[in-house]
Structure formats: C-alpha cells, structure tokens
Write a protein that binds this ligand. Structure first.
Ligand code: UD1
Ligand code: UDP
Length: 361
C-alpha cells in the first residue's frame, strides 16, 4: 500500500500522475490530505479536474504558523499511518506538508519516497529550502527530475536510493494542456480577443509579504505592461490577495494593465499559459510548465532550484523592480525562438516511479 501525503495545489497536481498510474495497475494506495490548502480554488477543483479519487483522510490542519502546522500534521499522521501500515509513504516537493510526511515516515520506520528530490536554491530565507534538505535527509527513495539533482545529492553524500526519473509535471501538463485546449473558454471569458497578454503568478513570501516590495514589483510590472502593450492576467494566490488588500493595493491595480482574478483551475491556467506571450512568475511549477509549453518565462526571483530551465534558454531570473530593465528583458524573451528542449523528461515519470516502488497488490 502506497500512502500519498499531499496538502497543497502543486502537490495535488504533481502527485496525480502517480496516483493515476497506481489506480490503472490496480495497486493499493491511499491519499492523505493534510489540509494545508483548503480553499476550493486551491484544493477541491484539482481533485475534480484531474479526476482524482477523494482523499481517504483529511487532517484539516488549515493555515497556522509553520511549526504548529507541521506539529498538527505529525499528530494526524501518527494515527492514520498507525492504522494504514503502508509499505511506503510518498510526498512531492518542499512544503510543510512534505516535511511532516517525511518526518512521520522516518519516525514510524516506514520507507519514505521523495518525489522531486534533490532540488536546492541555496537560499535559506526561503521556507522551502529547509523542507527540501530535511526531507531529503530521511528519504529512502529520491526521485530526481534530472541529473542536476542527482549530482547535488551526491555532493551531500546521498547516493543510495537515488533515481533520475523526470518530473511528473510533464506527465500532467502534457495530458491536461490537450484537454484544456479542447475545453477551456478562459480567454473568451476574460475577453482577451486579439489582446496580447502576459500571465503572472506570484506568491513567494519574499515578493508579497513586505508591502513596500510588493508595491514596487506591481508598479514595475504595470509600467512594463504599458511599455509593451500587454495585459497582465494575474490569478491571485490567497496569500497575495491578503497582502494586496492589507496594504490597500488591490483597488489600485484592479484595473489598468492587470486583470486580477481568483486562483484558477488547472485547465484554465494551462490554456492561459499556452496563449501568453510571456510568463512572469515566482512559482516553481509554473517555471517548469512554461519550459514544457515553450512559453518564455521571467522568474521574479534572484535564484531558482530549477536551473535547467535557465540553461535550456526558456527562463531568466529577475529580482529587481526597474521597469526599463524588465521591459528590455521581456522584449528580449518574447522575441526568442521557442525551440528549447524540455529537460524534465518524456512524460513517463509516473510509470518509472511506480515500477521502482514495486508495490504489491
Ligand atoms: C505553500 C507552500 C509553498 C508552495 C505554495 C503553493 C510552505 C512553507 N509553503 O505556500 O511552498 O509554493 O503553498 O501554492 O509549505 N490560504 C488560504 N487558503 C488556503 C491556503 C492558504 O486562504 O487554502 C492563505 C492563508 O491566509 C495562509 C496563506 O494563504 O495564511 C499562506 O498559506 P500557506 O499554506 O502557509 O503558504 P502558501 O503561501 O500557500
Ligand atoms: N496553478 C493553477 N492555477 C493557478 C495558479 C497555478 O492551476 O491559478 C498551477 C500551475 O499550473 C502549477 C501549480 O499550480 O502546476 C503551481 O503551484 P504554485 O505556484 O501554487 O506552487 P509552487 O509550484 O510554487 O510550489
């Protein structure tokens, strides 16, 4: 029995191919939702659109200070894992839910499989960096997207149980972008017509939690959009919506260059990504999808744990807030030939993961 611990939007998306593959082969699995994300637009909609079974358990921990959130997940996992007795616990990525899943498995002597292992930004101000390193320290299976993470783990003396398998985001985004093309009406609903647009997603604490920084970035993006005659479609993460409203910035930006909207389902988001001239983001998953869909991307950060996207040529980093600089960079990226390679594998990652885990019926 495979226990899949997940709790946030990107984990639901990136675990989905593994869940589908286990289901397809009739292998036993159980989804344990921590409840870190609970707003329907960050949670429920993905179970529906990705055709996932409902979680067998939901710990409903909600939003809490990180340590209390992790402690609440650990408490809940103790009970659930004691009953389930899975042969392996799997979690994907670098959130608080992942760290708690890894620690719970470790302390209960259960094998832990880490999907998207070995990623490092070397930025310890990022809450995720500690989660990545700590989850990696106790993992028994390290499923690395590329050789970059395998080599990084080797430098940290982690060599056992390391497998380069690609990234399940390729499996998910390839399949669902075809579904999105056929079904999503989002461009029509937003009245985009022939209007050229950039897609923006932004939720990192380093960009949104400090009102002065948030306001500088938004001004810079606004001016860049005007300079390049672009609209910016911005599905706003709840963390960012709260920050914008608390700083009295929501009204300022709700018209003009920006189209501010609630977080979107996966199909609409993929359709918008495909149709965008440019993607502006601080998201990990969106950097990968931009690369896969061959849409130029500017990552609004000083570093990335996805350096392959930059090496491939589809992504550049920009952590400033100067509109002349950003406009020049954006113009350069928009005119780039979209011919870079996808470094994250062939879309068969979930099959490899399930083969390696060797679950018994
Ligand atoms: C979390 C992850 C981050 C991941 C992101 C994906 C950590 C440390 N952070 O960030 O790595 O990139 O998810 O989106 O694990 N909120 C809601 N509804 C929800 C969830 C959150 O309104 O369903 C609001 C609450 O005000 C909450 C805030 O968003 O305090 C932040 O939520 P949290 O889960 O702590 O972090 P994220 O920013 O979502
Ligand atoms: N996403 C989505 N709707 C949105 C914003 C993002 O479906 O409004 C998807 C996106 O396509 C990607 C994933 O959510 O697959 C990325 O999640 P997020 O940016 O929240 O987290 P990160 O990847 O940074 O951890």
């Amino acid at each position: 029995m495979l226990a899949v611990v997940l709790g946030t939007r990107p984990e639901i998306i990136k675990c989905s191919p593994v869940i589908h593959e286990a289901r397809r082969r009739g292998l036993p699995f159980s989804i344990i939702h921590t409840g870190q994300h609970y707003t329907p637009e960050l949670d429920e909609i993905f179970f529906q659109e990705l055709d996932l079974p409902q979680p067998a358990f939901n710990l409903r921990v909600g939003s809490q200070p990180p340590l209390k959130q992790i402690a609440a997940i650990l408490n809940g996992l103790y009970d659930v894992l004691s009953d389930l007795k899975p042969s392996v616990v799997m979690a994907q990525g670098d959130t608080n839910s992942v760290l708690a899943g890894a620690l719970a498995a470790h302390k209960m002597n259960l094998p832990f499989a880490h999907l998207e292992a070995g990623m490092r930004s070397d930025d310890w101000d990022m809450p995720e960096e500690g989660n990545r390193v700590l989850a990696g320290a106790v993992a028994d299976y390290h499923f690395c997207p590329t050789t970059v993470q395998r080599d990084r783990l080797a430098r940290e003396d982690i060599t056992r149980g390391v497998h380069v398998v690609g990234n399940t985001i390729v499996d998910a985004s390839r399949y669902f972008s075809d579904v999105a093309k056929a079904n999503s009406q989002i461009c029509e609903r937003l009245g985009l017509g022939q209007q050229r647009f950039a897609l923006l997603t932004m939720h990192r604490p380093s960009n949104v939690d400090e009102p002065a920084r948030l306001s500088q970035i938004m001004d810079c993006l606004d001016q860049t959009a005007r300079a390049l005659d672009l609209k910016i479609v911005f599905p706003v993460h709840p963390r960012t919506e709260k920050a914008l409203r608390d700083a009295n910035l929501w009204n300022k930006y709700e018209s003009g260059s920006f189209i501010l909207i609630k977080p979107m389902g996966y199909l609409d988001l993929l359709r918008l990504q495909s149709g965008a001239q440019l993607i502006l983001t601080d998201s990990g998953g969106v950097q990968e999808e931009a690369n896969i869909l061959r849409v130029p991307c500017i990552t609004l950060r000083a570093n990335t744990e996805r350096p392959e996207t930059v090496t491939a040529g589809g992504n550049v980093l920009y952590a400033g807030a100067n509109s002349s600089e950003l406009s020049a960079l954006a113009a350069h990226m928009i005119q780039k030939e979209r011919n870079w390679a996808c470094p994250f594998g062939d879309g068969q990652t979930a099959k490899r993961v399930i083969n390696i885990l060797n679950l018994n019926v």
